[in-house]
Design a protein around this ligand. Structure first.
Ligand code: SAM
Length: 363
């Protein structure tokens, strides 16, 4: 390794063992591969003369962070002037502040304004990386007006970054309306990929399903939530949900009672944070697991339910089963099957066969 960094000292150790060339001014020139680019995450004070210097100390070269930033900009072809007027949609960490790309940091340093959900929250991230840039509030309650303001700034040739409180803007977060408005106004929208809670949980879930459906938050009201789960029951894919701590119990209870109990659930809480926990268990056992320790109900959650078990062609989905059972409680087999077919759209023969089986089981 050619270099190691220390953001705390606002300087970066560049290369202990390198033999940098002397340039025509009697100074030293470093090639890009002699520089520890991660070290440029050190706090940058561009106005600080020290920041542009580098010096030899004890056989090691210490470079000021602005020097390293300039080096990285040369490597990536990016600098304050080279990035175009555009909306940069930048993913930010979902917990661990280190989970942000070098390109995202460069962009946040280079733009004229950062539009963010919560300016204090954004300031925490920006300060952590030594980034001084003006912010502008853009949240779900002012998104339309804020987008108009952004479009005005873009019209003046300004470069704007859009971030949310955590993860990828526009994913269960404000951003989609802004992006649509900026596109409609004819300005470029440039995405910078990065953290996202759903994909992070999927990466550690180990579920074989190639397909997944990102659902996000289920409705808060019980009836609407249960209807939404019923509508998802037959989807042939893993289902990915976001949930808040105060609703996680009721949501898991509804998932467990309305979906096949042998489906598996991955409960991923506090991802990338100190108390990160990822467990995978049969859906039917999830409530007991949560109740065993109050700490398991705390924090931020991603829930992933595995795809439904393979069924034979004649099998019915969970919602049709329920409709049929309800009708069968009141009507003869033939009539119940006929009505169930009209209500659910499932084949009458399959419903009739199932109704007969249910009747026989009940005898
Ligand atoms: N835009 C974000 C993304 O890309 O993942 C999602 C924002 S959404 C408002 C917040 C929800 O995402 C939380 O309620 C939780 O369900 C999930 N989430 C965010 N960070 C998380 C984390 N560190 N661990 C688990 N879930 C998280």
């Amino acid at each position: 390794m050619l270099g190691g960094g220390d953001a705390g000292r606002r300087a970066a150790v560049v290369a202990a063992a390198t033999q940098p060339d002397f340039d025509e001014h009697g100074g030293r020139t470093l090639t890009a591969d002699q520089i520890d680019l991660a070290a440029t995450d050190a706090e940058i004070a561009v106005n600080d003369f020290q920041a542009m210097t580098f010096e030899m100390r004890g056989g090691r070269i210490f470079a000021g962070p602005a020097f390293l930033l300039a080096a990285r900009h040369r490597m990536t072809g990016m600098n304050k002037d080279s990035i175009t007027a555009a909306l940069y949609v930048v993913a930010t960490p979902i917990g661990n502040l280190g989970d942000i790309s070098l390109r995202a940091l460069d962009t946040l340093r280079s733009v004229d304004r950062v539009a963010c959900e919560d300016t204090r929250h954004a300031r925490h991230l920006l300060d952590h990386h030594g980034i001084r840039v003006a912010t502008l509030a853009l949240h779900q309650h002012n998104e339309n007006e804020a987008a108009t303001k952004l479009i005005h700034l873009l019209g003046e040739g300004k470069r704007i970054a859009l971030i949310s409180d955590a993860g990828t803007p526009g994913v269960s977060d404000p951003g989609a309306r802004t992006v649509a408005a900026v596109r409609a106004a004819g300005f470029p929208v440039i995405p910078l990929p990065g953290a996202n809670a759903a994909v992070t949980a999927l990466s550690a879930a180990g579920l074989a399903a190639e397909r997944f459906l990102f659902v996000g938050f289920l409705p808060a009201k019980v009836g609407a939530r249960q209807t939404a789960i019923d509508a998802l029951a037959a989807v042939d894919a893993a289902l990915v949900f976001y949930e808040a701590p105060h609703r996680v119990m009721e949501t898991i209870a509804d998932l467990a009672t309305r979906l096949e109990p042998q489906r598996e659930i991955v409960i991923a809480r506090e991802l990338t944070k100190l108390f990160e926990q990822i467990v995978r268990l049969p859906l039917g056992e999830a409530m007991a697991w949560l109740q065993a320790d109050a700490n398991r109900q705390r924090g931020e959650f991603v829930l992933i339910v595995s795809a439904p078990p393979a069924r034979d062609a004649a099998a019915l989905d969970a919602a049709s089963e329920r409709v049929l059972a309800a009708l069968l409680a009141e009507l003869p087999v033939k009539q119940a099957a006929k009505l169930a077919a009209q209500i659910t759209g499932q084949p009458k023969n399959a419903l009739y066969a199932r109704a007969l089986a249910l009747k026989n089981d009940a005898l």
